[in-house]
Ligand binder design. Structure first.
Ligand code: CA
Length: 232
């Protein structure tokens, strides 16, 4: 399993490759998003490291294209200074984790290994069903470990971030959670930011869970505050 680095800053990309290889990983570099997509289509990737600012199509577009074609390789996004709007946009595009530039190498390695571990967990069938990792909401079965939501015969694959947000809401069942709380607890963002981007995630979760997403019964908006999850 290889790690793909999509990064146009050659020195940074080479430095990352060197350190990944020193840590026992196989790494390849693509200097543009287009080349990255080409390399990714060959398969066999453990993780994709994705810079946001690229010549040609940007990192968000790359993530979106990968997810659209059914490639769920974990993506670690590299954002300039971790601007909250970039982070949220990245998660919307389907990335799994982010690291603001400049970053500490040990933190980078920890993130990479974390993503590889989580991806491995998702693939290993649990030896016995772990009840706490599967829950049912409105007739839909949510499998937190396999990032799947099953409704009848239809199975939807969720992103790590969708699962994280869903888990957070379920854990806070019956309580109103603010957008700020979601931003801090789910995304690990401290800054005050335009939190309306979270609404897009909520819209997607409603499509998964609600019988009538436009008239939500489970995932309600609490005007001016945030959201409340209630199993009906
Ligand atoms: Ca760049």
């Amino acid at each position: 399993m290889k790690i793909l680095i999509i990064e146009d800053e050659v020195h940074l990309a080479e430095g990352l490759r060197f350190n990944l290889e020193a840590d026992g990983h196989d790494a390849v570099i693509a200097e543009t998003g287009e080349l990255g997509l080409e390399k990714a289509s060959e398969g066999g990737l453990a993780v994709i490291i994705l810079d946001v600012m690229l010549p040609g199509i940007d990192g968000f577009e790359v993530a979106r294209k990968l997810r659209d074609r059914g490639d769920y390789t974990p993506i670690l996004m590299l954002t300039a200074l971790g601007r909250p709007e970039d982070v949220i946009k990245g998660f919307e595009a389907g990335t799994d984790d982010y690291l603001p530039k400049p970053f500490d190498l040990s933190v980078f390695m920890a993130r990479i290994n974390g993503l590889i571990r989580r991806a491995a967990w998702a693939k290993i069938p649990a030896p016995s069903p772990v009840p706490s990792d599967v829950t049912e909401v409105n007739g839909r079965r949510i499998d937190f470990q396999n990032l799947e939501l099953a409704s009848g015969n239809e199975v939807v694959r969720l992103t790590l971030m969708e699962i994280k947000l869903l888990r957070f809401l379920i854990e806070n069942e019956g309580r109103v959670v603010s957008r700020k709380q979601i931003l801090e607890d789910v995304w690990g963002l401290q800054e005050d930011t335009d939190t309306r981007a979270i609404d897009n995630f909520i819209v997607r979760l409603r499509k998964y869970l609600e019988d009538e997403p436009n008239d939500p019964k489970i995932l309600k908006t609490v005007r001016g505050i945030g959201y409340r999850f209630d199993r009906v």
